[in-house]
Design a protein around this ligand. Structure first.
Ligand code: GLN
Length: 291
């Protein structure tokens, strides 16, 4: 069904768009409509709201109509806008990589605190970089840090390459194609930080994810195997080879995984295991130091 957009003034078009999105079950319908109309017109949200009587051109109306139809099918707004903010940066996004999320911004903040206390750190590895979000945010915030960003998905590699280049970070963020720590084997014993947002949804729970995640985001960025911790366990086993003594492994994780991962890290010879909650109070990240 196509959304009927009979009005042509911004304020009225927005109301019609928001109603159409709400009817498709989208919880933030009004905000989504504002972002999509702003995008269609090439103005920011504020520019849109201060001129409710501005006329929407037929061309912008067509762009908005198409965007609404995509959003009504639960396509993530970041796939439609092709960008998302992360840690103060604007990153290019698309179906090839997980859309960067606020909880991962907290992971970056957690690293920065630690680096401030214990640094300067020189070399970090971001495993499964996706859009390059973590690697780019760290490189921007820590000017003396070099980041090796590893990714195996060709579609994600293309997005990450784009982001690294457009943020002017090519001198300090090196993109490497390959699986987990395999491409950085040559850095054995020299890495200050291994960081990752690994897939952590249990395979059996994938079907319960919100439709816009389940149907539109890459399964390999979400599916953490039977207990959701398959990739974490590999990183716990393999990162001591590349970390220097005193170097840190820091990972995002899913609800209820903290106890198992703490035990696995201790068993692998890590010390100072720490867990941090996200904004909803869920234990969301874990860090430990190589002895
Ligand atoms: N936080 C994501 C979600 O629940 C999952 C990300 C991940 O598996 N690393 O949508």
């Amino acid at each position: 069904m196509k959304t009927a957009l009979s009005e042509t003034a911004v304020g009225a078009v927005l109301s019609q768009g928001a109603r159409s999105l709400a009817a498709a079950g989208l919880p933030a319908a009004r905000l989504d409509a504002e972002r999509l109309l702003g995008w269609a017109l090439g103005v920011d949200r504020l520019g849109l709201l201060i001129e409710p009587l501005r006329q929407v051109s037929p061309h912008a109306m067509e762009r908005f109509r198409e965007a609404l139809e995509r959003r009504r099918r639960q396509e993530p707004i970041q796939h439609i806008l092709e960008c998302e903010e992360f840690g103060g940066l604007v990153l290019r996004t698309g179906p090839g990589a997980l859309v960067p999320r606020p909880e991962t911004e907290l992971l970056v903040e957690w690293v920065l605190e630690r680096e401030g206390r214990e640094g300067p750190w020189r070399l970090a590895v971001d495993v499964g970089t996706g859009t390059g979000a973590i690697a780019c945010a760290l490189a921007v915030r820590v000017p003396h840090l070099r980041v090796l960003a590893v990714e195996r998905s060709p579609a994600a590699l293309a997005l990450a390459a784009d982001n690294i280049a457009s943020l002017g970070l090519r001198a300090r963020v090196e993109l490497l194609a390959g699986d987990l720590l395999e491409p950085v084997a040559g850095a054995a014993g020299t890495v200050d930080l291994v960081i990752a947002n690994p897939p952590y949804i249990r395979s059996a729970d994938l079907a319960d994810l919100p439709q816009e995640v389940r149907d539109w985001e890459p399964g390999e960025a979400l599916d953490g195997g039977p207990d959701g911790m398959a990739v974490h366990r590999r990183l716990i086993a393999e990162s001591p080879r590349v970390l220097r003594p005193g170097g840190w492994l820091l990972m995002e994780m899913g609800e209820g995984q903290a106890a198992d991962l703490s035990a696995a890290m201790e068993a692998a010879g890590f010390e100072a295991v720490g867990v941090q909650q996200d904004l909803r109070g869920i234990e969301r990240m874990i860090a430990a130091r190589k002895r």
